[in-house]
Design a protein around this ligand. Structure first.
Ligand code: NAP
Length: 325
């Protein structure tokens, strides 16, 4: 089979198309003939600095949609030929992907494989951030970093359905504002002085929930932007800064809470909880019309182009690799 292989960490050029042996499903696993593979920020970190990569060479790709190709021993709920989407521990940038059956799901009702390929990582993450880690209650306000990106595109919609009173987003460029406003955000701030703009918009009150995927100084200022009893959830470190740690003095005056979420951490620690989370999140796609707009699609051989686009910070929504569309 053809697969994109990383043999050394580095710039997008290290993504090379190679012939690879096809994976064979072990007990509790399936293989999927990949139609589309999602492109995630975590894969860019994996390619450039080895984030969540156990050894070289490796095939990146944390999510895929396609048809079940073969089922391993003990797999009874998935049938060969069935259209599915899966959250993977890698290997999505390939003509055949290996998946745990527990992390493989029927395509949500009403969706094509192409739309479904955009969901397995970002939609359950958005659902967990709003409902579990962030515990958003109807009538509360929130602030989201990277509002026009993959997870950001889902967060505006999921927060709206959850009854948020006011949804503020942050983006790096004015070109992204209109896109985010169409996906559930009420107001979108551009640039690093988002905390000043938020203070102005809320009359100094701040928000009940802040969701941060950038880290460093942005995380610190997200926490400082909370209203009394507010919660902040870290879910990424796109800025690459050294972690900032909240102290008693940062949190106590307004009784703030901070937490963190990782979907890959959840998948490793508690597959049943991941399954329940994904089922609840996918129901929003099937019944509430939540969609992740696919804004660009690349052939497998051009995976490097997809990575360059995300790294340029000019992408919006979700990017896919059309492997076998
Ligand atoms: N914890 C989890 O379970 C989980 C799951 C999925 C994703 N994530 C995290 O959520 C974030 C979004 O992931 P995604 O896959 O959906 O990617 P994405 O949003 O499509 O792309 C990355 C986003 O990060 C923002 N960004 C901020 N600083 C950046 C920098 N220095 N370089 C590049 N981008 C930067 C960009 O928005 P602006 O340019 O507008 O700032 C862009 O929207 C990432 O941090 C990712 O690691 C976490």
């Amino acid at each position: 089979m053809r697969a994109v292989v990383v043999e050394e960490f580095g710039t997008p050029e290290v993504l090379r198309l190679r012939e690879q042996p096809e994976p064979v499903p072990g007990p509790g696993q399936v293989t999927i003939t990949t139609a589309y593979a999602g492109v995630n920020f975590a894969e860019i970190l994996g390619r450039s600095n080895g984030y969540r990569v156990s050894s070289l060479p490796f095939v990146p790709g944390l999510e895929a949609a396609g048809l079940v190709r073969a089922a391993g021993e003990g797999v009874t709920e998935l049938q060969v030929g069935q259209p599915v989407v899966a959250l993977l521990s890698g290997g999505g940038y390939a003509e055949t992907a290996l998946a745990e059956a527990a992390q493989t799901f029927a395509v949500p009702q009403g969706l094509e494989l192409r739309e479904a390929a955009a969901l397995p990582s970002v939609l359950p993450t958005a659902y967990a951030l709003i409902h579990h880690a962030g515990r958003l209650r109807a009538g509360e306000s929130l602030l989201v970093q990277g509002a026009a990106g993959g997870v950001g595109s889902a967060l505006g919609q999921v927060a709206r359905i959850a009854g948020a009173s006011r949804i503020y987003g942050v983006v790096s460029h004015p070109d992204k504002v209109k896109y985010a406003l169409e996906l559930g955000y009420d107001e979108v701030f551009v640039g690093t002085d988002f905390d000043r703009q938020l203070a102005e918009a809320t009359g100094g009150r701040g928000v009940d929930l802040a969701l941060d995927s950038v880290g460093g100084d942005t995380w610190q200022r997200s926490v400082a932007s909370l209203a009394r009893y507010g919660r902040a959830v870290a879910f990424g470190n796109a800025g690459g800064a050294a972690p900032w740690t909240a102290t008693f003095a940062d949190l106590a005056p307004k009784a703030l809470s901070v937490s963190a979420f990782s979907i890959l951490g959840l998948a490793a620690a508690d597959p049943a909880a991941l399954r329940a989370l994904t089922t609840a999140a996918f129901a929003l796609a099937a019944t509430e019309g939540v969609r992740l707009p696919v804004t660009a699609e690349f052939p497998l051989a051009e995976a490097a182009e997809a990575h360059r686009l995300v790294e340029s910070r000019s992408s919006t929504g979700k990017l896919l690799l059309a492997v076998n569309p």
